[in-house]
Design a protein around this ligand. Structure first.
Ligand code: HEC
Ligand code: HEC
Ligand code: HEC
Ligand code: HEC
Length: 451
């Protein structure tokens, strides 16, 4: 019944707008099952990647680096697409919006979680959807990332269901309709696995900062030029940027991209069903499991690749920790300088260095799978982060010396997630209790979230 009303509504809106009547978006993944059983089953199997890994507990430096920002409350490793809606509702970052207008997050936080977003854009318009808060649309979000995110309704035809992705691809001369089949397929992933921000001047719509290309430096230059900051750092007061998950960008500048090896080649290879018919594996999980069908045409041994990946990961992790030590120290030094009475003018250069150093560090490590996609780029960015972080320390040393602050500035205990969160001012027990009440009193009663 509810569905029929929505259908009528979208027809009515299309009619009112006087435009060509778009086909209603079929966001219900179940509705695709009968027609495309193999794709559906392999899609549904992404539920098997269900493990929750707490990245703040793994590395409490993150809590300090993101002090004052939602990511320091809660940050887990990505898991299967099947959990996208559940996870965005459950993370402490989205808080406990008990009504449609409560904070903390805007509606755009739904953007990369559900094909219901594509349906709602059609029903109420992109800008109107994003003008609201996150809490406004929970009752509409019944389906995790699925068919209508990447396909025209009821057909295998690929589409960009997010107009902001289409606009961004045009900006870098990758207009969707003009691309090869392989690139179109990769662009379906590039709707979500990218760096983005919410544009306050345009309904808080999602926007990719690609004016200067795909690199971290290009995006930094763009953000600097519009004076954008995601938040003000709690300790250093630096105007910070938070990198999201620039997989498309780090892939686009990789060896594999040069050879037309795309996200789909590795994560969605063609496999064979019981009747010997080929279909694309929609599980989108660990690419290394696909070695025989996805990698063996170019790489000799799965064991060798596994060893390479492990070595890459270790090398990146070592440089990541070095960068973190430098930037964490810079935040505390800046905090000490403010306390000693430093002026904005004296701090400006150091804070800009902190912003840039942390941006490069974040861009490298927030790109999931970068040890496989583009390890050289990650190492390059982490080296740059360390260098700029040391420049921040050098600037701060001048200020601290001027104000007679004892050096080295002491770093408090941040050896556990709990210690670090208490230090940056989060009352974790309170946040958990608010979330629990929200899940029980609102989500369980009013929101359809299936998993
Ligand atoms: C994240 C994007 C994405 C999602 C989600 C997705 N697909 Fe696909 N689908 C693709 C891509 C990419 C291809 C491969 C296209 C190509 O090879 O040109 C594909 C191929 C297909 C095909 C063509 C035959 C084949 O297997 O290659 C069908 C049918 C299909 N998908 C159905 C579905 C159904 C049903 C769902 C939901 C249960 C779904 N897809 C979800 C991206 C997606
Ligand atoms: C609509 C947005 C969206 C699209 C389109 C999308 N993803 Fe994702 N992807 C996500 C989100 C969100 C998560 C994390 C889900 C979670 O942790 O709950 C994720 C997680 C993943 C993971 C980690 C899952 C695991 O099993 O370890 C991989 C790999 C992945 N995506 C690859 C892809 C590929 C390849 C494509 C294109 C075929 C794609 N994604 C398209 C949003 C998207
Ligand atoms: C050359 C093959 C290859 C290509 C091309 C590729 N990936 Fe990956 N991807 C991998 C491998 C291998 C891993 C890491 C597996 C591991 O070490 O656990 C990975 C990891 C990931 C992860 C992190 C999963 C996790 O568990 O943390 C995401 C997300 C992801 N890829 C998305 C993408 C997207 C989106 C694209 C295209 C823009 C892409 N990949 C292109 C092979 C590839
Ligand atoms: C069309 C050929 C092709 C396919 C398919 C392919 N690769 Fe590669 N890959 C290359 C080339 C070429 C290089 C660069 C030379 C080298 O390091 O061997 C490379 C390099 C790599 C590296 C080393 C990166 C580094 O610099 O440390 C990893 C890891 C990797 N590939 C993983 C994979 C995985 C995993 C798959 C399958 C899921 C895959 N590749 C599929 C061609 C391919």
């Amino acid at each position: 019944m509810k569905k029929i009303n929505k259908l009528l509504l979208s027809v009515a809106i299309a009619g009112l707008c006087g435009g060509a009547m778009a086909k209603p978006v079929e966001s219900d993944n179940e509705a695709w099952k009968a027609k495309f059983p193999n794709q559906y089953d392999s899609w549904a199997s992404s539920a098997e990647t269900d493990q929750i890994v707490d990245l703040l507990a793994d590395d409490p430096n993150l809590v300090v680096l993101w002090a004052g920002y939602g990511f320091s409350k809660d940050y887990n490793k990505a898991r299967g697409h099947y959990y996208a809606v559940t996870d965005v509702i459950q993370t402490l970052r989205t808080g406990a919006p008990m009504n449609d207008t409560d904070g903390p997050m805007p509606a755009a936080c739904w953007s990369c979680k559900s094909p219901d977003v594509a349906r709602m854009y059609q029903e109420v318009g992109e800008g109107n959807f994003n003008d609201h808060k996150f809490g406004k649309w929970g009752h509409e979000m019944g389906n995790a990332i699925g068919c209508a995110d990447c396909h025209e309704s009821g057909t295998p035809k690929l589409t960009l269901s997010r107009p902001y992705a289409e606009r961004a691809m045009e900006k870098v001369d990758l207009t969707f309709s003009e691309q090869s089949r392989d690139m179109k397929a990769a662009q379906t992933c590039g709707q979500c696995h990218v760096e983005y921000y919410f544009d306050k001047n345009d309904h808080n719509n999602v926007r990719f900062p690609w004016e200067n290309g795909f690199t971290a430096e290009g995006a930094e230059k763009y953000f600097d030029s519009i004076g954008f900051a995601d938040w003000t750092h709690k300790i250093s007061k630096a105007p910070m940027l938070k990198a999201q998950h620039p997989e498309f960008e780090t892939w686009a500048t990789s060896v594999h991209a040069e050879m037309d090896v795309t996200c789909i080649t590795c994560h969605m290879p063609k496999v064979t069903n019981d009747q010997g018919r080929k279909f694309s594996k929609h599980n989108v999980g660990n690419a290394l499991d696909n070695f025989d069908v996805a990698c063996s045409s170019c790489h000799d041994s799965q064991a060798d690749l596994k060893a390479t990946l492990k070595a890459n990961k270790e090398a990146i992790n070592a440089e990541k920790l070095k960068a973190e030590a430098i930037i964490v120290r810079a935040h505390f030094e800046a905090g000490a300088a403010w306390e000693a009475g430093a002026t904005e003018a004296e701090m400006k250069q150091a804070l800009t260095h902190i912003r840039h150093a942390q941006w490069r560090w974040d861009f490298a490590i927030a790109s999931h799978g970068v040890h496989a996609h583009n390890p050289q780029e990650a190492l390059r960015l982490l080296a740059s982060a360390q260098e700029i972080g040391l420049q921040a320390q050098a600037e701060l040393k001048k200020v601290l010396t001027k104000y007679g602050v004892a050096q080295p500035v002491a770093i408090p205990d941040i050896s556990t997630k709990e210690a670090a969160q208490a230090l940056v001012g989060w009352d974790k027990a309170k946040l958990d209790a608010q979330k629990e009440a929200f899940l029980e009193q609102r989500v369980d009663k009013e929101w359809p979230e299936r998993n």
